[in-house]
Design a protein around this ligand. Structure first.
Ligand SMILES: NC(=O)c1ccc[n+]([C@@H]2O[C@H](COP(=O)([O-])OP(=O)(O)OC[C@H]3O[C@@H](n4cnc5c(N)ncnc54)[C@H](OP(=O)(O)O)[C@@H]3O)[C@@H](O)[C@H]2O)c1
Length: 300
């Protein structure tokens, strides 16, 4: 198939593109980066760039880029807002444009990346705008499938890699709040497998799938396992939530990428877990164990 992919240059998108390529599909990848072809994603066979921005390119231009495509995989999302590229602009309005463009280009199949915890009235704006985007997709009249993953780990993640970077320093490990909030980390290749299978499977049309790994862990447990896999021992230092929120507001005023945002502090206070059984059944998946991954990637 010929597939239009947004977010293909990112952590998850790269794995999706590799699996699409291995399965014999051609991907046209939307990117804001003209240097794309020199990057690692640009060297994947059957992957072709298309320059554009979901917040500023017109629907006409986006529809033109989708000409002759048979499916859209829409992965773009942000965790840190920057200037005019806020959650509403990227998640909600960006999805509206991509959906409109797909309709104009007569591309019926639409696979959409959301996030576990996306719901109306969620405390975090990330989750609220992801839910608003889901609603646009559900009401589009397209043949849609929606995926809602918990946190995703893999070679390029900013989650385990950041913690590992901190754990290499001879310092205590900082934890926001109690560290008891649970996550269900899922391997990036397992997520990519679901995306690729979904475009090949009619039964996934009209379905919303929650994606989580084989086991839920508290953030503190994940950090403990990570540090142990690195053969280290580190004490924890707990940063009270009100102080973390205050710090996040200060980071917001400074240039550069903040270590964490107020929205992330909010999300860390919630469990982000699901039952993986429907996912395993629908996609024939054997989910990778995070503990094995930690050993392989960070061990000895
Ligand atoms: N990572 C996780 O743990 C996790 C968990 C749940 C859900 N998700 C969702 O999964 C998706 C991918 O996450 P990720 O970690 O792979 O993200 P990522 O590595 O930060 O990649 C973001 C991608 O979005 C593209 N992008 C950003 N703004 C854009 C814009 N205005 N126009 C066009 N493209 C734009 C970037 O492309 P260029 O820079 O090339 O333009 C890049 O390919 C997001 O929707 C995220 O919310 C992620």
């Amino acid at each position: 198939m010929k597939i239009f992919v947004t977010g293909g240059t990112g952590h998850v998108g790269e794995s999706v593109l590799r699996l699409l390529s291995e399965a014999g599909h051609d991907s046209r990848v939307l990117t804001r980066n003209p240097e794309f072809v020199r990057g690692r994603v640009g060297s994947i066979p059957r992957v072709y760039p298309a320059l554009g921005d979901i917040t500023t390119s017109s629907v006409e231009v986006l529809a033109g880029l989708m000409a002759k495509m048979e499916a859209v995989i829409h992965i773009v999302g942000i965790i840190i807002e920057k200037g005019t590229a806020g959650f509403e602009a990227v998640h909600t309005e960006g999805t509206r444009r991509i959906v409109e463009a797909a309709k104009r280009a007569r591309v019926k199949r639409f696979v959409h990346m959301s996030a576990l915890g996306a719901r109306e009235g969620a405390a975090a704006r990330y989750h609220r705008t992801k839910f608003a985007a889901e609603e646009i997709v559900r009401e589009s009249g397209l043949d849609w499938t929606i995926f809602r993953p918990s946190i995703i780990y893999g070679e390029r993640d900013e989650f385990l890699n950041t913690f590992a970077g901190i754990a290499r320093l001879p310092l205590p490990l900082p934890i926001i709040g109690s560290g008891k909030g649970k996550l269900q980390p899922i391997w990036v290749e397992d997520v990519a497998h679901c995306f690729v299978k979904s475009i090949e499977t009619e039964e996934t049309v009209g379905q919303t799938y929650e994606l989580g790994g084989d086991k839920a862990y508290s953030i503190k447990e994940i950090m403990r396992l990570l540090v142990r896999s690195m053969g280290k021992r580190r004490p924890f230092v707990h940063l009270p939530v009100p102080i973390a929120r205050f710090q996040a507001k200060l980071f917001d005023l400074l240039p550069g990428k903040p270590p964490f945002t107020a929205d992330q502090v909010t999300m860390l206070g919630e469990d982000n877990v699901c039952d993986p059984a429907p996912l395993k059944e629908a996609f024939g998946l054997t989910l990778r164990s995070m503990e094995n991954y930690l050993q392989e990637r960070f061990g000895g």
